[in-house]
Design a protein around this ligand. Sequence first.
Ligand code: C5P
Length: 240
Amino acid sequence: MTTNSPVFCAIDRADLSGALLLARSLHTSPIGGLKVGLEFMTANGPSGVRSIVDLGLPVFLDLKFHDIPNTVAGAVRAAADLGVTMLTLHLQGGPAMLWAAADAVKDLGPRRPLLLGVSVLTSMDDKDLTTIGVESTTEAQVLRLAGLARKTGMDGMICSPREIAPIREAFGQSLKLVVPGIRPAGSAAGDQKRTMTPGEAVKAGADYLVIGRPITGAGSPRAAAHAIHEEIDAARLAAA
Ligand code: C5P
């Protein structure tokens, strides 16, 4: 990767050969890295993740750990051994779990992956929060969890594009903001509910964008990645 692209392309598929083919075809397109998650890991295990890491792009392991502190600390150590650049854990796991995770990687030096706290999934809205007993808006809940991420040594957090501005207002640049729910104009939202275009999210202040189906489901993923890159460049230019 030679670009300064903020885009991590989500390779959400189970077949290793298809995932590698897709990842290789994106290798020379303007993306900043690849993201693999639950579907890929469940089907292909750690050796599958290593084969994506071996391609040479930064890899974001998105397994959204959420368990007791001891278990999450062990999982974070095991994930770091795979050579990934960033990984996720649920902020709703609470302070003891988050502190244990931060402690587990603190001595890894340059091999230490960034720890990113997942706030409220971008597929959820205010109504969904009510159904699980959270009586606040998604924005208020994400801000509360951002405060927790700050206190517990997280490097950053996952939020929807709509919460970038309020988080920046409350916490400045102290957290890296990694943003899924990105939909170029005209592309299908699918199960995502809190979305913005790549250009809007960059203008709003996202550090990294996570984009899956708008790239991987396109007739030409490389062409889709290029079009997104151009939109991001234009947004950066307009903001400069
Ligand atoms: O295909 P799409 O662009 O919707 O992919 C978004 C990716 O970001 C998926 O891999 C999904 O697991 C991940 N993600 C998300 N919302 C979060 C955290 C991660 O959509 N809050």
